[in-house]
Design a binder for this molecule. Structure first.
Ligand SMILES: Cc1cc2nc3c(=O)[nH]c(=O)nc-3n(C[C@H](O)[C@H](O)[C@H](O)COP(=O)(O)OP(=O)(O)OC[C@H]3O[C@@H](n4cnc5c(N)ncnc54)[C@H](O)[C@@H]3O)c2cc1C
Length: 404
């Protein structure tokens, strides 16, 4: 019986294994370095697993977009939902984000494990070296174990969140075979701020419009909830910024629904309402107190004991400007330990988008985050894993079946 080996029992590896079995592969071996399959899946979508999105337009993908578009064209939202229905997981859609109806990542992983039951899971197997021997692939583990397969899918993930299994070793396997790897960077991760210090704002969540730029050029604009941490900025709109090229400045607009003039008019009314109070109370009910204090400081007011009745029109204009243009100097991103995905990876143009097979090495396939394609927050990264896993698994099974 022919053997298909898959390195990595994460999202892409599990999808590949299930697809390969369905396409009539003989023996399917899932080689996993951790003691369990799919550990990372459990933490996705805050435990709810946002597994795809109803809008898979290509601007949500980064890295090799041309290649990504060819894959998504073959395996889109309908195919992802159909795949999950076929393993017993009905969908639930919220603002375009698709979750399992149970809203349980653990339940989705159980369903995948059941669907992959006919495959052999070999745990605690860390693939360290690949060798082509005639028309077969030999996979050597760190502990000396060796497995020989007729076809091999590498679905070992990237470098992001290594505590869940993927530590970048997939890149090394390809690098050793001479494959081109584009530079790696943490993505979907918090930003570090140098100026002004945000330590005093730690823990505050605020709805804002985020505008990120680099050298004066706007990179991304998005509204959503921003979270202040002791070192910088977090939250979905910040993660989306880090899916793109590095930025040096982030401007937050805390009142995006109002023009600066309308906001100034609102502050004038507030001045009348709070005329007997001090700056300390001026933003009560409108902004978190610590954030309000920071806005005053940015507007040049050092003493919060300043009476509201003494606010002149110039100060109100300045406050409105600061509320709409609060600027942060960005020093970089947090590292791979905190990141949800890896930007960069094995260059996809070395593979066929119709089969995920290497153009240079017969019966060698790649799937998932190991490739230089990553998506925005919103189910795009898992979708990429299912899509490439499904295509690779089906193609590898067909190829080894035809050969026999
Ligand atoms: C906290 C968090 C939340 C996320 N939430 C979402 C979400 O809601 N929606 C979304 O779309 N994406 C989300 N992501 C991203 C998503 O989880 C990844 O993009 C996706 O899991 C990548 O799938 P993969 O199979 O390519 O890699 P992985 O899921 O990382 O799987 C790779 C597997 O290979 C194993 N492995 C690695 N090297 C070896 C080796 N040498 N030998 C043997 N086995 C090996 C690893 O242990 C791992 O099990 C989230 C990520 C994180 C960290």
């Amino acid at each position: 019986m022919s053997t298909l080996a898959i390195i990595g029992a994460g999202a892409a590896g599990l999808a590949a294994a299930i697809a390969a079995k369905r396409a009539g592969a003989g023996r399917v071996l899932l080689l996993e370095r951790l003691p369990r399959a799919g550990k990372k899946l459990l933490v996705t979508g805050n435990g709810r697993c946002n597994f795809t999105n109803t809008d898979l337009s290509i601007e949500h993908y980064h890295g090799d977009r041309t290649f990504a578009a060819q894959v998504i064209e073959r395996f889109g939202t309908a195919q992802a939902i159909e795949f999950f229905e076929s393993v017993g997981v009905p969908p639930y859609v919220e603002d375009g984000r698709v979750y399992p109806k149970s809203e349980s990542a653990a339940g989705l992983l159980d369903a995948l494990r059941v669907a992959a039951e006919d495959c052999e899971l070999i745990e605690n197997f860390t693939a360290e070296k690949l060798r082509k021997i005639d028309d077969k692939w030999e996979i050597c583990a760190g502990d000396g174990r060796k497995i020989v397969a007729d076809a091999l899918i590498v679905a070992a993930g990237g470098c992001a969140s290594p505590k869940f299994g993927s530590d970048g070793s997939g890149f090394e396997l390809f690098r050793a075979l001479g494959y081109e790897i584009s530079p790696l960077q943490p993505a979907l991760v918090q930003l570090k701020v140098t100026k002004p210090s945000v330590t005093a704002l730690k823990g505050i969540r605020v709805r804002a419009e985020v505008k990120a730029s680099s050298g004066g050029e706007t990179i991304h604009t998005e509204r959503g909830e921003v979270l202040f941490t002791d070192y910088g900025l977090s939250g979905i709109p910040i993660f989306q910024v880090t899916a793109r090229k590095p930025c040096d400045t982030v401007v937050l607009d805390f009142m995006p629904e109002l023009s600066e003039d309308d906001l100034t008019a609102k502050l004038e009314r507030r001045r009348a309402i709070f005329s007997a109070k001090t700056a300390e109370d001026f933003f009560a009910g409108m902004l978190h107190k610590r954030l309000g204090n920071m806005i005053f400081r940015a507007a040049g007011v050092e003493k919060l004991s300043l009476e509201v009745a003494k606010f002149d029109d110039k100060l109100l204009k300045k406050l409105a400007y600061c509320l709409k243009n609060f600027e942060f100097e960005i020093s970089g991103r947090m590292g791979f330990d905190s990141a949800q995905v890896t930007a960069g990876g094995v260059r996809p143009r070395q593979f066929s988008p119709t089969t995920m097979e290497s153009l240079g090495d017969r019966r060698l396939y790649a799937a998932g985050e190991v490739l230089d394609v990553h998506g925005d927050c919103g189910g795009y990264n898992l979708h990429w894993a299912w899509a490439t896993g499904q295509i690779a698994g089906t193609a590898a099974a067909q190829a080894i079946r035809e050969e026999k």
